[in-house]
Design a protein around this ligand. Sequence first.
Ligand code: 4NP
Length: 166
Amino acid sequence: MTPDRPSASGADSAPRTGVLFVCLGNICRSPLAEGLFIHRARKRGVLDRFDVDSAGTGGWHAGEAADDRMRAVAESRGVVLPSRARQVRDEDWTRFHHVLCMDRDNLDRVRTMGAPEDRSSLFLSVLGDPRRVEVPDPYYGGPEGFELVWELADRAVESWLDRLAP
Ligand code: 4NP
């Protein structure tokens, strides 16, 4: 959850496109994707078109800030990760038009939990590279895993913004 994110719709504005990034713990991959998307959408001047959030299929880290290692990688590139972890919930499947999952396990989980097939997909599908469809979980690995999350999310966020706010 991002404290300053725009609301789902304003009384005097068009409905926003809901984008939810999902991983397992909501402390590494999905908060990075959320923070990057907000940062880049703001730079493009289109942030007010979106309702952006992230969540985990697991709830063990609910309420926690993003992992220090992920925040350090983001902050070294000028991107702040303001979100606090939360677990996905039923209302997400109507609030968000795009439920973008970091790997197949989490895509399977959100669908089992009720996410419609036409609203849920793999975050990296937008890159169109069949050899790289998942963002690997960096949590138990070394620093290179967090760098890889950045590299993949950097490219995918740009492509999602090109698609959703051309
Ligand atoms: P994330 O990484 O899904 O990218 O947030 C993980 C964070 C925590 C755990 C697993 C993955 N965990 O097992 O606690």
